[in-house]
Ligand binder design. Structure first.
Ligand code: SF4
Length: 741
């Protein structure tokens, strides 16, 4: 616990930044945050925080907090009262709905939304307006993880837990820079290494990062060829007789087909998918194309290293864990790549055991809790349910107390298609909360053009600070954030965490869920929502919880969450579940069943090994654009930097974006470290300083740009092609050229 300090009240909360979900103790005096420290009682971080966590007080106290609603009048944003702003938003949504139907309105939220924000938005849209155009920016980071889980296991979110990081003998990073992007979890890995000298860290990546510095084996591969790498490992597992035949017999079915179940396919959605059953023999034949020499040629990974990887996964005496994040998800075949990592674990039985598990990490603090569990993607309802399924709609109608006909069975538009529809003018009213799409969308020029068109389009933006996105707003609504309100997040390991309102927001700032309820009430949907300002958060959460009970997704009661440092679902009789699908741990697995993937009812409780081929990237280097360009994050900044750039020490540490260049490419162009260079892609141009000898090292022929800098927009260059199953864009691969300025 936190040290008692005179006049300072300490209470539990959760870090506002990444998906790790570290517990923080927040010290307040007279309603103002005066300090934070890591929460020693929180099992996630046991008192540790990273530099972003320690900077939490700074994110609420930037000099330019938005504190008054603004309305655009005569081209200028002018101050307005809350009543004026909310009346205008309600009138615009109401008129648009009446004139153009439910497909003309849209809401774009965030994995930084609190659970009740997403739930309120989803209910207002689906049960109120009959529209499924509710999306969240987690489409841009976690959608491929969702489709990967759904297609392989029939249920979203990991079976493993953070304790597995302490227990594994081998940790394989599939294209993620864990040291910078999940630093507190990475410290658990380093602690495991310290205690267990045999523990190995294997870094599979396209660029050297601080994670590589700690690795025992660095395996560099060419972009997009991770598909072939995973298939190559499976090829060798079979060839070397390292498949756990007993596990496969009991727990696996084989399937082929391009899409799988098709979650996320929106317009092209097929409920009865085109997947067909396959067999182990057919899988073996399919893998003939991934012999070690062929895979070496494609990936650049030497045969001996491939053999070592297969021997590692196939060693039943070792507990092997895999983790991944954006490198796998932001991929033109992100769903396939998730499936392929599961293939490796399922073939070897390295799953559902302490220290042996695949685990997809989340980027945002509530990508799991708010977006995936509450279902704020355009085709989803809470608890893995989907709008296309009549039984799921019937349950939603019952809980929401609306006629089932009110619920639209047609999925709304995914994020990229939503912004394209806005550009065309098909979507006319768009409300953006807690995210900055006019920095974070790929191929930005295309979407900023639509936002600038003005006429016939109406944009509402709720945020804490002015951003690139608020510039385009017709109405700005100032938001209360983090501990200025009561809230809940759900982290990577299924842990739902609650905190009370601890600080007073600046006068004029209101919570996102309150804003939604007020607009809904003004449109005549007040009957859908609670009204008591003191209890509405609890009431919304308890209503959402009704979707989860009895189906393996049970979240804890609000009361239980208040008195715990989070609980991992399924929570039955107040008891959390560390590992899913495991007898003795998961209450849904019956005595004698051992391991059961019970959510995959279509395949009798077995998981699916998919036959997924290599496919080239959507855009690859050529003679005009000869370099690979990738984008990502740095430890100091959160996403588009709107909060961390207002924290002086973080801003001083990395004040500006840069482009990482390989020394030989720099030498060929006569470029010095720090010199301004021009990066050109088919979609845009960006002048920024070259970094030749930084903390990360790109391969020859590769570039990397972080995307946190609103004044140097990396996404002017990126490509907006996306995985056809998850609709998640590939931010990690496009082609570019480098020029001297
Ligand atoms: Fe916050 Fe993530 Fe850092 Fe933990 S690791 S303190 S959750 S940013």
């Amino acid at each position: 616990g936190a040290a008692p300090t005179k006049d300072v009240a300490w209470e539990k909360s959760v870090c506002r930044f990444c998906g790790t979900g570290c517990g923080v103790m927040v010290g307040t005096r007279n309603g103002k945050i005066v300090a934070v420290q890591g929460d020693e009682k929180n099992p996630t971080n046991k008192g540790l925080l990273c530099i972003k966590g320690y900077s939490l007080p700074g994110i609420v106290s930037g000099q330019d907090r938005l504190t008054s609603p603004m309305i655009r009048k005569g081209g200028k944003l002018v101050k307005a009262t809350w009543d004026e702003a909310l009346d205008l938003v309600a009138r615009k949504f109401g008129e648009t709905l009446k004139a153009h139907g439910p497909e003309s309105v849209a809401m774009y939220g965030s994995g930084q939304w609190m659970i009740t924000d997403g739930y309120a938005a989803s209910k207002w849209f689906r049960a109120g307006m009959g529209s499924n155009n509710v999306e969240a920016n987690a489409r841009l980071c976690m959608a491929s993880a969702v489709t990967g889980f759904m297609t392989t296991f029939g249920s979203d979110e990991p079976m493993g837990c953070y304790e597995d990081l302490d227990l594994c003998d081998v940790l394989v990073l599939w294209g993620n820079n864990m040291a910078e992007n999940h630093p507190v979890l990475f410290s658990r890995v380093l602690e495991n290494k310290r205690k267990n000298p045999k523990m190995q860290l294997i870094d599979l990546a396209t660029r050297r990062t601080p994670s590589t510095d700690a690795a025992d084996l660095y395996v560099e591969f060419q972009p997009q060829t991770d598909l072939a790498l995973a298939n190559g490992i499976c090829h060798l597992l079979i060839k070397k007789g390292l498949v756990d035949r007993d596990f496969v017999e009991k727990h696996v079915v084989f399937k082929k087909g391009k899409t799988g179940i098709g979650y996320g396919l929106e317009d092209r959605f097929k409920f009865a998918d085109e997947a067909k059953l396959s067999t182990f023999d057919e899988f073996t034949t399919f893998l003939a194309d991934y012999s070690p020499d062929k895979v070496e040629k494609l990936t650049g990974v030497p045969v001996a290293t491939l053999e070592r990887l297969a021997d590692t996964f196939g060693n039943s005496k070792l507990k092997v864990m895999s983790v991944w994040c954006m490198g796998v998800n932001q991929h033109s075949r992100g769903t396939w790549m998730n499936n392929l990592i599961y293939n490796v674990h399922l073939l070897t039985g390295q799953i559902c055991k302490p220290g042996a598990t695949p685990m997809s990490l989340t980027g945002q603090p509530s990508a799991c809790g708010t977006v995936r569990e509450v279902g704020t993607l355009a085709h989803r309802l809470p608890a893995d349910m989907v709008v296309m399924n009549p039984e799921h709609r019937a349950l939603a109608a019952k809980i929401w107390k609306v006629p089932v006909e009110k619920l639209n069975p047609k999925p709304g538009l995914n994020t990229v298609e939503m912004f394209r529809a806005f550009d065309r003018g098909d979507i006319k009213c768009l409300w953006i909360q807690t995210t900055n799409p006019f920095v974070s969308m790929p191929n930005l020029n295309r979407y900023r053009k639509g936002a600038k068109k003005g006429e016939g389009r109406f944009i509402v933006v709720s945020d804490v600070y002015p951003t690139e996105t608020t510039q385009f707003a017709d109405v700005i609504l100032p938001a209360a954030m983090w501990v200025e309100r009561e809230g809940m997040f759900g982290n990577t390991e299924r842990r739902t965490q609650q905190w009370n309102q601890l600080a007073t927001p600046p006068k004029g700032c209101m919570a996102d869920d309150w804003q939604i309820l007020e607009v809904a009430r003004r449109m005549g949907y007040g009957h859908l929502f609670p009204t008591d300002p003191k209890t509405y958060v609890r009431e919304l959460f308890e209503e959402y919880r009704q979707f989860t009970l009895g189906n393996g997704k049970d979240v804890a009661s609000y009361e239980d969450l208040k008195s715990h440092r989070g609980l991992r679902w399924p929570v039955v009789n107040g008891k959390e579940t560390a590992r899913r699908y495991v007898e003795g741990e998961d209450p849904y697995v019956k005595p004698g069943e051992g391991i059961k993937f019970y959510k995959n009812k279509a395949d009798a409780g077995k998981a699916v090994v998919w036959l997924r081929p290599f496919e080239p990237a959507a855009e690859a280097p050529d003679k005009d654009y000869p370099l690979w360009l990738s984008t990502g994050r740095v430890i100091e900044h959160w996403h588009t930097g709107t909060m961390t750039r207002r924290v002086p020490q973080l801003n001083r540490a990395v004040p500006k974006a840069f482009v990482e260049v390989h020394p030989e490419d720099a030498k060929a162009l006569g470029i010095q470290d720090g010199q301004t260079v021009r990066v050109v892609s088919r979609r845009g141009t960006l002048d920024l300083p070259a970094r030749i000898d930084g903390r990360c090292k790109v391969q020859k022929g590769h570039l990397f740009i972080p995307f946190f800098d609103e004044s140097l927009l990396a996404n002017l260059l990126t490509l907006d092609s996306y995985c056809p199953i998850s609709a998640e864009p590939d931010y990690k691969k496009c082609s570019a050229r480098l020029e001297r300025v």
